[in-house]
Every structure is written in C-alpha cells, then in structure tokens.
Design a protein around this ligand. Structure first.
Ligand SMILES: Nc1ncnc2c1ncn2[C@@H]1O[C@H](COP(=O)(O)OP(=O)(O)O)[C@@H](O)[C@H]1O
Ligand SMILES: [Mg+2]
Length: 214
C-alpha cells in the first residue's frame, strides 16, 4: 500500500509553507506514530536547513523523519518512491515556480494552501488555486498568522468562502513561537507542548488526517 502525499503550495512567499510543512511532519510522526518523509523541492532549501539544525540538536538518526530534495520532473519520481516507504510524504514547494509546483500538485492526494488573511495573499491564493484546479487534486486552505483581533481578518475569511476549496477550521495564530522553534530545528509541539500554538498544530494535523481518510 502506498502512503499519502500532501503538497504545501502557495505562490506567495512567506505565507508559511515551510513552517507548516515542518510542524505537520513532526505532529504526524511524533504524536501519532506514523512514518513521515519530507520532500523539499524549493531550491532555497529552508526545510533542509531546519532538518540540519534538527540533526545537530537530536542526532542524525533521531530526527524521526525521512528527507529528500528534488526539482522539476524528479519531484514526481521522488514523491512516489517515498510514498512506497512512508505513511505520509509532505512536499514543500517554492513560491512562483509554477511548473515545479504543478508537478507536486499533480502527484499528491491533497494540496494544503496556507493563506495569511491579507488582500495581497488572497490574490496569490486565487492564482495558486487555479493551478490546483488544473491538476484535479483536492485542496484545503489553511489560515496562517491570524492576528488576535482585526476586523479585516473576518472579512478575509468571509472572502475565502468564495474560493471553492474549504478552509480548515483549525487556524494558526501569529505567534513568535513558530518562528523561534523553526530556527532551532524544532517545532512548537516539542518546545512549548502546552501552548496555544501546539494546540493549533495538533488540531490542524488531526483535521488534515481526517481529510486524507475521507
Ligand atoms: N503562524 C506564524 N506566526 C508567526 N510567524 C510565522 C508564522 N508562520 C510563519 N511565520 C514566519 O513567517 C516567515 C515565512 O514563513 P515560511 O514558513 O518560511 O513561509 P514560506 O515557506 O511560505 O515562504 C518566517 O519567518 C516564519 O517564521
Ligand atoms: Mg518556504
């Protein structure tokens, strides 16, 4: 049986793709005992840096995650190969590399699109979803960096309803702990397990697993 492939895609840089990929990987692997591999197809290699920091902290064999990089058409082959060995494969994609992202959106079972609740992010999301629709793969929007109170956010979330794909009910707040943990090669689940941030990730990880089972 083949594992499930999840692609994190959003043409807008800085939307939280890498942050969410790292957190979901650890959430699924640590909390639920699944085997998880990360496939980084972003030439910037942020997730690779995160993993290196993780190896320095935990030891090379103790990260609990598989890791590969690929580009272009190689992504499809690599993703399918990983799916034979792991329960879940998470693909982190570059912004703006439409062709590479397209391959990743085609090969996967679910596309996760992080969206910050700002007008500019909404425009980029439309473009990302257009590619996703072309590949005929189900997509789900994840609101990231929710400010604690802002009228704009409510309006944005309302606007997302018209986009087609559902918006995950689990949302991630704008919290320094996410950035701090990533910098240490860690996650909020490990660093601040009883925080709101850890709860948010847990809820998102659970909701996406349910999507994959459906
Ligand atoms: N929920 C969040 N709260 C606070 N900072 C965040 C959050 N998500 C992402 N960030 C920060 O935003 C920046 C961009 O995130 P990143 O995951 O690298 O985006 P992308 O991979 O889409 O370019 C990083 O500095 C990251 O630490
Ligand atoms: Mg990134």
């Amino acid at each position: 049986m083949s594992g499930k492939i999840v692609t994190i895609a959003q043409q807008k840089g800085g939307s939280g793709k890498t942050t969410i990929a790292a957190h979901l990987a650890v959430a699924w692997a640590r909390r639920r005992g699944r085997t998880v591999a990360i496939l980084d197809i972003d030439p910037q290699g942020s997730l690779g840096e995160w993993l290196e920091a993780r190896e320095r902290r935990l030891g090379e064999d103790a990260t609990g995650l598989g890791f590969r990089t690929a580009s272009g058409w190689g992504s499809r082959h690599e993703a399918n190969a990983l799916a034979r060995d792991y329960d879940y494969v998470l693909i982190d994609t570059p912004p703006k590399a439409e062709q590479d992202a397209r391959v990743a959106m085609d090969v996967c079972d679910l596309i996760v699109v992080p969206v910050q609740p700002t007008p500019v992010d909404l425009w980029a999301t439309k473009a990302t979803l257009k590619v996703a629709a072309g590949e005929d793969t189900p997509a789900i929007l994840v609101v990231n960096r929710m400010p604690s109170r802002a009228r704009l956010t409510g309006e944005m979330i309302e606007a997302l309803r018209e986009f087609g794909p559902a918006t995950a009910s689990a949302r991630l707040g704008n919290r320094v702990s996410y950035a701090a943990s990533i910098g240490r090669g860690s996650t909020v689940i490990e660093d601040v397990p009883r925080s709101r941030a850890a709860e948010e990730i847990d809820a998102l990880a659970e909701e996406l697993l349910a999507c994959l089972r459906a």
